[in-house]
Ligand binder design. Structure first.
Ligand code: G1P
Length: 287
């Protein structure tokens, strides 16, 4: 089994980031100098992914423009001698082979992922949710791919979250099979306290087999009246083996203002061009 393709659902309204997300796609909101989606695509590329499908919706064309060439801007920068900047812009467009599809009706994450069926065909694929920004030595997607390829099955990225937080995510029934690795037997989306299976929740990264599509096609609306990816995963893990990896790295939920601030500070600290300035600025504030 070889994972070559990735799917990035980026169609949601971004209600938790309003009013900023009213006229700018939330995936384009700037985190330490780059739009959030830049980090997601970069993670996929660094994980060895060759082709990426971004699922967008109305009002999100700025994402397509970001991964395209911009000849007018480039020639103007060229004329004023800013060749390094031109190179950087070109690198973004050349970073990956990115294609786009629109989700015309926003019927949930499962419905969005179903739009990737033609793109992936029978191949296994990674899913990276745009709100979840990772900081890790080995790309989280690579950690999942390594296990999915080794065991020849789906592998989802999990972390143990606070009991008070689990209802924001999903909960997994798991059995340990090795260091940080589990077999998955059950999943429930947005569990109420009496339904919590464990504190392990999927945090925005998945490697899935194409077996998910049949289940998504038949899926009934679940939590919030939406077609939930988790509900289809709950069926998939009963038909095929599914692993959960407690991945190494830190995850920031850039879809809400506090997580966005954390991601901005942490990624700025990780950027050698601005980290010294930021450290001395923060020291100054602490005085
Ligand atoms: C989605 C998934 C949920 C997952 C979460 C974090 O929820 O449905 O299972 O735990 O992302 O990755 P959402 O954030 O869209 O409510």
């Amino acid at each position: 089994m070889k994972v070559r393709k990735a799917v990035i659902p980026a169609a949601g309204f971004g209600t938790r980031m309003l009013p900023a997300a009213k006229s700018v796609p939330k995936e384009m909101i700037c985190i330490a100098g780059k739009p959030a989606i830049h980090y997601i695509v970069k993670e996929a590329v660094d994980a060895g992914i060759e082709e990426i499908l971004i699922i967008t919706s109305r009002g999100k064309s700025a994402i397509e423009d970001y991964f395209d060439y911009s000849p007018e801007l480039e020639s103007r920068l060229e004329k004023s001698g800013k060749t390094q900047l031109v190179r950087e812009l070109r690198e973004i467009a050349d970073m990956a082979n990115v294609t786009f599809i629109r989700q015309k009706e926003l019927k949930g994450l499962g419905h969005a992922v179903l739009h990737a069926k033609r793109f992936t065909g029978d191949e296994p694929f990674a899913v990276l949710l745009g709100d979840d920004i990772m900081r890790s030595d080995v790309p989280v997607t690579k950690q999942l791919i390594d296990n999915a390829e080794k065991y020849g099955c789906s592998c989802v990225g999990v972390k143990s979250v606070e009991t008070s937080e689990i209802s924001k995510y999903c909960t997994l029934g798991v059995e340990s099979i090795g260091e940080r690795l589990f077999d998955v037997s059950e999943l429930i989306e947005k569990p109420t306290p009496d339904k919590v299976l464990s504190n392990y929740a999927i945090l925005g990264r998945y490697v899935l087999t194409s077996g998910i599509y049949d289940l998504l096609e038949k899926a009934e609306p679940g939590f919030g009246g939406e077609i939930q990816l988790t509900d289809a995963l709950n069926q998939l893990c009963r038909k095929e083996r599914m692993l959960a990896l407690d991945f190494e790295g830190e995850r920031f939920d850039s879809g809400n203002i506090c997580g966005y601030m954390e991601a901005s500070i942490q990624l700025a600290l990780a950027n050698p061009e601005i980290s010294d300035w930021l450290k001395s600025y923060m020291k100054g504030l602490a005085l």
